[in-house]
Design a protein around this ligand. Structure first.
Ligand SMILES: [Zn+2]
Length: 86
């Protein structure tokens, strides 16, 4: 996993300073915990866990689109199904 660009976007929840990600722990396919440390060592020095997770799709995965199409297709009479599939 390339962290470089993403690391710059993690800020300390206490002082707002840039934080570095020390390690990541995958909780599930959609949620990862980022063990982070504040770079403002002089005044803060907090370490914390940031949660990075999936929110929502902008485009559904291909399989989902096919499933939706199949679902509606099955509700049509046989003749109409065949018409659409031609
Ligand atoms: Zn801080």
């Amino acid at each position: 996993m390339i962290m470089g660009e993403i690391m710059a976007r993690v800020n300390c929840p206490n002082c707002g300073s840039k934080a570095i990600v020390l390690s990541t722990e995958k909780q599930s396919l959609q949620v990862t915990h980022w063990y982070s440390s504040c770079t403002n060592i002089k005044d803060c020095g907090a370490s914390f866990v940031a949660i990075v997770g999936f929110s929502h799709y902008l485009n559904p995965p291909m399989a989902t689109t096919a499933q939706i199409a199949a679902h509606y297709l099955k509700q049509l009479p046989r003749e109409q199904q065949l018409e659409l599939l031609q």
